[in-house]
Design a protein around this ligand. Sequence first.
Ligand code: ZN
Length: 242
Amino acid sequence: MAVTLTIHDDLPRFLAKPLRGKAIPPIRLERRTSIKDFLEALGIPHPEIHRLLVNGREQDFACPVGPDDRIEVFGLPLPTDPTLPTRLRPALPALRFAVDANVGKLAGLLRMTGFDTFFEPTMNDEALAEISRRERRILLTRDHTFLKRKKVVHGRLVRHHKPSEQLREVIELYGLRDRIEPFSRCLRCNDRLRKVTKEEIIDRLLPLTIKYYDDFRICPRCARLYWPGSHRERMLKIIKEL
Ligand SMILES: [Zn+2]
């Protein structure tokens, strides 16, 4: 008697190398365990799992593994919508992110494209996991052990190395292409920018900026100014690349 496992999508990447081939040899169950702990012991972080079938029936993470169960594991579909509840986790009220220090440039790009992104590079993993739980944010990281923390409910291991590809990856995974709002969020504070008239801030502008630009926004927290000549060129270039 042994557990038969079928791992779908790109989840085999999390298994130890000898198990990464298509057919995983049956696994003898050594002790009583939940399916969540069983799969994490094999290397698959729970936030990466979208659906579980045990002997053909949909189950949740708490389901105990039986000695001769047939288990099928599915990864997040493309696109995936975390604002809808699944058997495995509750829905998020909105799509917001908490970004690990190891993907810091991605945090800047997400803010640049208008997505609510918590980023505090000096924060330790435990505190960041707590923020993601309390503020109900999707945790993005390159560290798969981080994703195994209990506090992380919604999370994703960022696959790519290059920041612009990481941004594309996140936008495609969560189907965000139509929700990109460049020039809408402070790159430093994450606050939403508000429009200001040129007259309100004219004493902070250089003569050439006054001459050529009319569309200004300000961060309500840090008072940093944004206008087409400041960051917009770079934003538009990145968005065009997407
Ligand atoms: Zn700001």
